[in-house]
Design a protein around this ligand. Structure first.
Ligand SMILES: Cc1cc2nc3c(=O)[nH]c(=O)nc-3n(C[C@H](O)[C@H](O)[C@H](O)COP(=O)(O)OP(=O)(O)OC[C@H]3O[C@@H](n4cnc5c(N)ncnc54)[C@H](O)[C@@H]3O)c2cc1C
Length: 482
């Protein structure tokens, strides 16, 4: 048999529009597909618990899809540089293919691996499998990366997006040498799914990881929810967004596929399609920011915020995490996150603002909680959006713009449908009281079975006082900087 070509899968768990897989298949060489669960290389951020659950499903689905093509996915655990080096040596591979990553530690790791392989005479080919455009491709007139989204979007709209690639029809599967097979691991050995207790039980009812499911979800969204998306997308009680984010996070669909499938269906829905695709461009923008600011998850982009005097109130943080702040829209969001591993975008903004401004908690605490509990926890989107909420990021919401959680609830969940779904103890309240139960009379609370402070918490902070405290802290920061 000819020397094999290796395909290393990393957050691109799909067979269609996978440039690394397509290029490897085009060589005609026998192909060996593998994944490495690397928790030991320097600087790699360990996956959050919820993302681990998704990854399990994603790897399982990719393996089935590869088997249908005549191949299979082999799993390894350990240091990526050691494992890739060993696989290349033992299989006598002549070439290796992968799609690029954009986090600093991963770039450093991949660069080192590539150098080693090239020195050994192995061809290394890398591709963009994750973004519409590479983060270094789009620059402003000064030749610098954009820091403001609107001109970035304008620049993107002037460029064409490469068409997605079809899945290879078949793959000539290579044969793994026995001693490598001995060091491969079974999916269950990675222990990505929680067992005792199995807190992820609710996920399977709502989510189905894998490329085929992503494809169906995109088609359903384009057929049913895209019309009206621009108007409806901010209402969490309506299921009107695509819910593609975990599929995108794990590369079960690509932004190029979404882009082309959406523009083809652009019949009379130009503004909805444009709005939807602008969200996909936000994702690219987040990656551009991460690429140029590797510490996006740990250091405020606007360094002035490094001196912000956060309150370190552990009880308040715990109440926020558990969805027991006494503000119904905040609690509904945090409980949706816990139950479903996902939260509606509008509510992510509300709970984020509440944590950072009402509770004066360092945004990094929120970023870390989301990292652990979101199925779509994404190194670029999560860090960028937390800095947006906190006012410290590039093109961020100004700190002094403080969301009023009552007004936000009344505006975006007017009848309280979303709150009723996730805070069942408030379900008996009429729409007029559901966003401010502490103001409701005993005559309203009693029949609804609510005893404040017992069945549902009183607000842990007073909105007006918390707002003043946040503004004061911000003024102090500004005064110190002057
Ligand atoms: C504090 C905070 C943290 C967030 N953390 C994450 C995260 O870890 N992972 C993540 O994928 N998104 C994150 N987002 C962005 C956004 O909330 C989710 O992408 C969105 O809710 C996913 O739902 P959807 O797929 O139905 O979105 P749709 O409205 O259908 O949008 C389509 C796709 O566009 C992208 N997108 C949409 N909104 C944004 C945005 N604001 N920023 C970047 N990309 C966007 C997503 O990939 C999404 O799947 C965060 C937002 C906030 C405010």
């Amino acid at each position: 048999m000819a020397d094999p070509a290796l395909v290393w899968f990393r957050d691109d768990y799909r067979i269609s529009d996978n440039p690394a897989l397509t290029a490897a298949a085009a060589t005609g060489a026998p192909i060996l597909c593998f994944f490495i669960f690397d928790e030991s290389s320097q600087g790699i951020r360990p996956l959050g618990e919820a993302s681990g659950w998704w990854l399990h499903g994603s790897l399982s689905a990719l393996d089935s899809d590869l088997r249908a093509l005549g191949s299979k996915l082999f799993l390894f655990r350990g240091s990526a540089s050691e494992i890739v080096s060993r696989i290349a040596a033992v299989t006598h591979a002549s070439s290796i293919f992968w799609n690029r990553r954009y986090e600093a530690a991963e770039i450093a790791l991949d660069t080192g691996i590539k150098k080693d392989l090239v020195e050994r005479g192995i061809t290394v080919q890398t591709f963009n499998g994750k973004l519409l455009h590479e983060p270094w491709e789009i620059k402003n007139q000064a030749g610098k990366p954009f820091q403001v989204f609107t001109p970035y979007l304008r620049a993107v709209s002037m460029r064409s997006v490469a068409p997605p690639l079809p899945a290879p029809r078949t793959i000539t599967a290579g044969r793994w040498p026995a001693d490598l097979l001995d060091s491969s691991v079974a999916l269950d050995d990675l222990a990505l799914e929680p067992s005792r207790p199995n807190w992820a039980k609710g996920f399977a009812a709502e989510w189905n990881p894998g490329e085929q499911s992503a494809r169906r979800k995109l088609a359903d969204f384009l057929n049913t929810e895209l019309p009206g998306y621009a108007r409806q997308r901010d209402f969490p009680g309506k299921d009107s967004t695509s819910r593609l984010s975990p599929h995108l996070r794990f590369g079960e669909t690509s932004p190029r596929q979404i882009w082309h499938a959406s523009t083809v269906r652009n019949d009379g829905q130009e503004s909805d399609t444009a709005k939807f695709l602008s969200e996909v461009v936000w994702r690219d923008f987040c990656y551009q920011q991460l690429f140029h600011n590797p510490n996006l998850a740990t250091a405020p982009f606007n360094s002035r915020f490094g001196r912000f005097r956060w309150a370190a109130d552990k009880d308040a943080l715990a109440a926020w995490q558990k969805g027991r702040t006494g503000y119904p829209i905040v609690d509904a969001g945090m409980r949706q996150l816990w139950q479903a591993g996902w939260m509606h975008n509008r509510v992510r903004m509300i709970v984020g603002s509440f944590l950072v401004k009402h509770l004066l908690t360092d945004w990094r605490q929120g970023e870390a909680w989301f990292w652990d509990t979101l199925l779509d926890a994404d190194p670029a989107n999560n860090a960028f959006n937390w800095q947006w909420v906190a006012g410290s990021g590039p093109d961020a919401a100004p700190f002094y713009r403080i969301f009023n959680p009552i007004a936000q609830g009344e505006k975006f969940d007017p009848n309280g449908a979303y709150i009723r779904a996730y805070v069942p103890e408030l379900a008996g309240l009429p729409g007029s009281a559901i966003h401010r139960p502490w103001e409701a009379s005993k005559e309203i609370l009693g029949p609804a079975g609510i005893e404040l402070g017992s069945t549902y918490p009183r607000p842990i902070v007073n909105h007006e006082q918390a707002r003043e405290r946040a503004l004061h802290a911000f003024r102090m920061l500004r005064a110190e900087a002057e």
